[in-house]
Design a protein around this ligand. Structure first.
Ligand SMILES: NC(=O)c1ccc[n+]([C@@H]2O[C@H](COP(=O)([O-])OP(=O)(O)OC[C@H]3O[C@@H](n4cnc5c(N)ncnc54)[C@H](OP(=O)(O)O)[C@@H]3O)[C@@H](O)[C@H]2O)c1
Length: 248
């Protein structure tokens, strides 16, 4: 049986995917739509890209797609998102995919040259707001006594990629976060896994690959490889398989 043919155990519940108008998030939306998810809730900042993503999904599958403009760096946007979930329905599955890497904004920066504002901005989006959203979703999953969560991490922090300390910090924190979800909510039938992509050959990394010959030579995976892995993790239903850390 192919992965796409596997029935999704959460197909009837809303699935929230953050940062889903493009890249890995959109690939996850496409994969789950093809696999039979009936209601996707997608967030991103740019409303036009979100609308285009929705159109592409609806052209392929029969499902409900709600797109919510939300900048995950902004507390007010997150609060608005939580209010909208009250109306749309709380997700039975979550792919927490938003993660900013300041290297794309201002290039590599060693720790000694980081400003307070730069530290605060990256920590706020990648850690504080990830935990804030997760906490709200867990509140609902705890009551429903079921939930499936995939946190999108990265492999790079293990090597302490120079010039990317804030990204390394944010991604490494997801290990502890995932373990806490499992120990605190596993008993409520909530599953949480960490999916660590290596180099993904996509738009986000193209500029970096062009600038860095070593990176350009590295083998990478596709967004669809990551999305299929996320689907597989979301389908884990065996308590002994909770809390996986998957490198891809
Ligand atoms: N690409 C890689 O090689 C790689 C490797 C390891 C891990 N990852 C991780 O995978 C995740 C996705 O990466 P990607 O390569 O798919 O990135 P991407 O291609 O740049 O896509 C990012 C998506 O997130 C949205 N987004 C970005 N910032 C946002 C914000 N502040 N609030 C809400 N939405 C936001 C973007 O739409 P808008 O711009 O409209 O908001 C877009 O839909 C990230 O957590 C990244 O760290 C990527």
């Amino acid at each position: 049986m192919t992965l796409q043919a596997e029935p999704l155990p959460f197909a009837d519940q809303p699935v929230l995917i953050t940062g889903a108008s493009a890249g890995i998030g959109f690939a996850c939306a496409q994969t789950l739509a093809r696999a039979g998810a009936r209601h996707l809730i997608l967030t991103a900042r740019n409303s036009e890209r979100l609308a285009a993503a929705k159109e592409r999904l609806l052209a392929e599958a029969d499902l409900q797609v709600d797109t919510l403009v939300c900048d995950h760096s902004q507390r007010a946007d997150l609060d608005a998102l939580l209010t909208q979930l009250d109306t749309l329905g709380w997700p039975g599955a979550l792919i927490a995919n938003v993660g900013v890497n300041p290297v794309h904004e201002y290039g590599p920066k060693k720790l000694h040259s980081l400003s307070f504002e730069q530290i605060q901005a990256a920590v706020t989006t990648n850690i504080t707001h990830t935990v804030y959203l997760l906490a709200a979703v867990l509140k609902a999953m705890r009551v429903q006594r079921s939930g499936r969560i995939v946190l999108v991490g990265s492999q790079g922090w293990r090597h302490g990629i120079p010039g990317q300390a804030l990204y390394n910090l944010g991604k490494s924190s997801l290990v502890g976060l995932k373990n806490s979800v499992v120990s605190e909510y596993g008993g409520n039938n909530v599953f949480c896994h960490l999916l660590n992509p290596g180099l993904v050959l996509n738009e986000r990394t193209e500029r970096l690959r062009q600038k860095n010959p070593q990176l350009a030579e590295q083998k990478g995976v596709t967004e669809m490889d990551i999305a299929l892995a996320a689907q597989r993790l979301l389908c884990v239903g065996d308590l002994a398989g909770n809390g996986q850390e998957m490198d891809i």
